[in-house]
Design a protein. Structure first.
Length: 148
């Protein structure tokens, strides 16, 4: 029984309207991923140019701490690099979805379509985790305001 259900999912057919909607979705996801790549590159350039200024700002904020202040600047740089890596992965998954799905539509290839859907799944999973973490951080911030 389960095998029949699995086969019916793999033989999914899309009508003309569904195909047009899917093509438009691919176009928009490609556009958004390219804009995201450009945004990440611009932020990385600004961050690379301002990296020494960030380290200098941490050392001038607390001159008595010396090495500990520069360690704070290094921690900020590491956190920003992690954020760039996560954002880059999210944008890459969206771009990969758009390219694989477009190829799958053009070539009528079920395997490419499934790979594109896996990339879209990963895109939504990472965005969902980030949304939950953002919500938790916001709630912690709000509760810390009321307890101060």
């Amino acid at each position: 029984m389960e095998n029949n259900q699995q086969e019916s999912l793999l033989q999914f057919h899309v009508d003309y309207d569904g195909g047009n909607i899917l093509r438009e979705t691919v176009r928009w996801s490609r556009f958004l991923s390219i804009v995201g790549i450009i945004g990440i590159v611009l932020c990385a350039l600004v961050f690379a140019l301002a990296g020494s200024a960030i380290l200098a700002a941490f050392s001038t904020l607390s001159p008595g701490l010396g090495a500990l202040a520069s360690m704070g600047g290094v921690i900020v740089i590491i956190i920003c690099l992690i954020i760039f890596a996560i954002a880059g992965y999210v944008v890459f998954m969206l771009y990969r979805f758009s390219t694989l799905t477009r190829k799958a539509i053009d070539q009528q290839d079920q395997v490419l379509f499934a790979e594109g859907m896996k990339c879209l799944k990963m895109y939504f999973i990472v965005n969902g985790v980030l949304a939950v973490l953002s919500l938790l951080f916001s709630l912690l911030s709000i509760t810390s305001l009321f307890h101060s």
